[in-house]
Design a protein around this ligand. Structure first.
Ligand code: NDP
Ligand code: MG
Length: 328
């Protein structure tokens, strides 16, 4: 697999070009400021009166309406929430696209599932940092970056790939390395990861471990430390040194217990469900569910957010993180 580093990429494809970043949230702030600090011409497309409008202005960025930014720019980089991108694209961007422009994303969702259908005479590209916006900005300011993905769905100009890579370099991603992918692969693996492992899988694992200890009569504070707090230390070891590095850092007792019991926790049935979840993503079932949920005004998400907030582990965790100075 080819990985693109600093020396492999130059900013030429973006010289004399203007990049409009639409959105100034988690990714929009980080990516637009990194690109501006890297010497690229960056404007922001935001809604007047929104929080971001004032924030971006105070940060010294050039702020325009979404329409004006799309009109002015050669590259339009969509960094607003995925579920509203299609509407903003259709109402405020589509009519301002010129032949040879680039419409760019940090997640392939709307293009892959066909919610946004750009014309044939523009480039469709992706540059996606593999981490939250706060890390994109923090590591950049420290002189490094986080890894990223690059993809081209449609190459009208003949240099769409160079444009996307140059944006990645502007964001600092070539300092860690950029891997090539497709819109389909990025979208499907990203959704699977967040549902089965990262966001869904891990919270359910923590929750069940916590509840098992509390229901057996142990102090909730201890249960929290054992099943949640320490997870970060374990993940940090895996992140830096792999499974082997983690196993060699925990006690032999932990290693023996972990290796012999783990298959009773994540069972063949669990893996079967993972495959089903992946299949639902691949055939667009999840995307439909999410579209319907949004059309209905997010009733299920709102209800689940309330239930999540009422979990005992959240109450205990909030208290403990304050007491231990982990959270202000
Ligand atoms: P955010 O939820 O942080 O985006 C919020 C921004 O969108 C705000 O600036 C908000 O402005 C603006 N916004 C919302 N609605 C509108 C509108 N109708 N018109 C104009 N601006 C609007 O998004 P993320 O940064 O989380 O995600 C952006 C993209 O990056 C997505 O495609 C996501 O999948 C992708 N991504 C995100 C990652 C992450 O870590 N969050 C990681 C990798 C990719 P206002 O203040 O006015 O409300
Ligand atoms: Mg992701």
């Amino acid at each position: 697999m080819k990985i693109y580093y600093e020396k492999d990429v130059n900013l030429d494809a973006l010289r004399d070009k203007t990049v409009a970043v639409i959105g100034y949230g988690s990714q929009g702030l980080a990516q637009s400021r990194n690109m501006a600090d890297s010497g690229l011409n960056v404007v922001l497309g935001l809604r007047e009166g929104g929080n971001s409008w004032n924030m971006a202005k105070n940060d010294g960025m050039e702020v325009l309406t979404v329409e004006d930014a799309a009109e002015k720019a050669d590259i339009i980089h969509m960094l607003i929430p995925d579920e509203i991108q299609a509407k903003v694209y259709n109402d405020q961007i589509k009519n301002h696209l010129e032949e040879g422009n680039t419409i760019s994303f940090s997640h392939g969702y709307n293009i892959h599932f066909g919610y946004i259908k750009p014309p044939k005479n523009v480039n469709i590209t992706m540059i996606a940092p593999k981490g939250p916006g706060a890390m994109v900005r923090k590591t950049y300011l420290e002189g490094f970056g986080i890894p990223g993905l690059v993809a081209v769905e449609q190459d009208f100009s003949g240099n769409a790939f160079e444009i996307a890579l140059a944006m990645g370099k502007g964001c600092g991603l070539t300092r860690a390395g950029i891997l090539e992918t497709t819109f389909k692969e990025e979208t499907e693996t990203d959704l699977f990861g967040e549902q089965a492992v990262l966001c869904g899988g891990v919270t359910e694992l923590i929750k069940n471990g916590f509840e098992t200890l509390v229901e057996a009569g142990y102090q909730p504070e201890l249960a929290y430390f054992e099943t949640c707090h320490e997870l970060k230390l374990i993940i940090d070891l895996i992140y830096e040194k792999g499974f082997a590095g983690m196993w060699s850092n925990v006690s032999n007792t932990a290693e023996f217990g972990g290796l012999t019991k783990r298959e009773r926790i994540i069972t063949p049935e669990t893996k079967m469900e993972m495959k089903k979840i992946l299949n639902e993503i691949q055939r667009g079932k999840f995307a439909k569910e999410w579209a319907l949920e949004n059309q209905a005004g997010s009733p299920m998400l709102n209800r689940l957010r309330i239930l999540e907030g009422e979990l005992q582990i959240e109450e205990v965790g909030t208290k403990l993180r304050k007491l231990c100075g982990l959270q202000k």
